[in-house]
Design a protein around this ligand. Structure first.
Ligand code: ZN
Length: 180
């Protein structure tokens, strides 16, 4: 999870909502990803998706049997689907996501018995630290937007999509007015 947190910080540095993920096999990291939908112009570029792709490429197999996925934020429905397709054995996440979490917060995809794959899921690991990376990012963004609104240099409104929630959805563009 520490490695996933480091990747989340890389996402923040790139102006992306900070979520990071790693795939682990036999105690070794075989895939890494951080949230990058804005820079990649790709709505599917969540940390988990990129980590799964990275691991599959490295292992030369689209089935990641016996692998674990560590991610700083509860996976959404898209990522839960990809995790199932990849046959990930265990998912460990940090902060819960009350807006898009598909591991129990909004719905629990892994508890759906009609779906044929059931990864073991554990949440709340380093949750405080994982949530803090997100809340710090949003607080900084709010402050920057406020400064922009005052001096009129950016023309950004102070519109907020994340409220004060530390685990706002990573689907939303942090700066919808301008691509980075
Ligand atoms: Zn996702």
């Amino acid at each position: 999870m520490r490695a996933a947190l480091e990747l989340a910080r890389q996402a923040a540095a790139a102006g992306e909502v900070p979520v990071g993920a790693v795939v682990v096999k036999d105690g070794e990291i075989v895939g890494r990803g951080f949230n990058a939908p804005i820079s990649r112009h790709d709505p599917s570029a969540h940390a988990e998706m990129l980590a799964l792709r990275d691991a599959a490429q490295r292992l030369g197999n689209y089935r990641l049997v016996g692998c674990e996925l560590f991610v700083t934020l509860e996976p959404c429905l898209m990522c839960a689907g990809a995790i199932m397709h990849a046959r990930i054995a265990r998912v460990v996440y940090g902060a819960s996501d009350p807006k898009t979490g598909a591991c129990g917060s909004v719905l629990d995809a892994f508890a759906e018995l009609r779906l044929n794959h059931h990864a073991e899921v554990a949440g709340g690991v380093l949750a405080e630290e994982c949530g803090l990376v997100l809340s710090s990012f949003f607080a900084l963004r709010r402050a920057q937007q406020k400064i922009g609104a005052i001096d009129g240099t950016t023309g950004h409104s102070t519109r907020q999509s994340d409220n004060d929630c530390q685990v706002a959805g990573h689907h939303e563009s942090p700066v919808p007015e301008e691509p980075r």
